[in-house]
Design a protein. Sequence first.
Length: 427
Amino acid sequence: MQIHVVQKGQSLYGIAQAYGITYQSIANANEIPDPSRLVVGQALVIPITGSYHWVQPGQTLTVIAQMYGMTVNELATINGISPSSMLQIGQRLYIPPKPKKTAESLLYVEPRTPVSQTMIEEVRRRVDALTYLAMFSYEVQRDGSLKAPSIADIPNIARSAGAANALVVSNLEDFAFNADLAHVIFTNEAVQNRLFDNLLQVANEVGYKDIHFDFELLHPEDRELYNNFLRRARDRFHPAGLTLSTALAPKASDIQTGIYGAHDYKAHGEIVDFVTLMTYEWGYTYSEPQPVSPIGPVRGVVEYAVSQIPREKIFLGQNLYGYDWSAPFPPQGGAPAKALSPQQALAIAVRHEVDIDYDYVAQAPHFTYTDDMGAHHEVWFEDARSIQAKFDLLKEFNLRGIMYWKLGLAFPQNWLLLTDNFSIRKI
């Protein structure tokens, strides 16, 4: 597959002609509601095998072959030309696909009560591309009992597609992560035993294969208490045939203070079977407009993670959403930003007929617009280019796989590129 960025004056019909396919195939792949309406800067995934290169001024077969890791003879043979051919500007050369790497994928799902048919259908659409479907979340109570989410038939759907079900345990209380709640669990062995018994029972009844702790915003002084809790959990779950995993806050060094202090990368790497890095939320609801997961800070977290945790245990986290900020922007007293899916962001750009810009340093698309009430907005989101940058990072560091937060946020380009880049391992 190939990423194409819409240029001024281009139509979907003309783009399709250039790639030798139908415009409808591009529209279907990218879930474009109105093929007649594109915006400059919109990133499309072209559903072809391999890709094409159009010769630019000064380029030779040698230069182009080096760009794609090929020999001149290979490139010439594939395109039916002589290795000594003089190329013409604009000439189209075919580039075959590279061998896929094997990786795993984990997707959080957060069903509401009652579980909607739309949610169930979205699960059906995505499970073939998943290694794990992680049910968010079973909320631990102060007595070790669990407040279970509505799950409907979702675990059976995942299982039938060969995706392993993961039970996510959180320290959510009254819709917020609660450090005091976690402290109660960490310091009471009887409560821990009750919790572990309950988790084993639920895992057996539903068919969960992994117990995934997403304990966030903990007291930093509870760092070793959390580590010991995980050691006890491992010793209970492994004999039952269950794996253990954790979600880790994005840290670029061993910070032991503040809201990330209790997450001990090295200890988690030794104790659990795998971790998911929450490498997003640089741009967030109450921040100034900025990328949600800029590639530089994400790389910094990965570099630190691989120095503390075996690479084969690390999932790179990826947001399936962006934010729309309305002026005056936070923290200057403005309203909180609204979360939106990449498809929703594109719909706004199309409606207001604004160009999409791309920050090549952050590897993130963005645009501004003025709404019907005259308010100025700035939107940062994800597109095919930004997700490909994360896939390239995953390959560079040879990580175990990618984690997504969360199901239900429409981003068709992600799923096209995920299966184009990787063979997804099933457990």
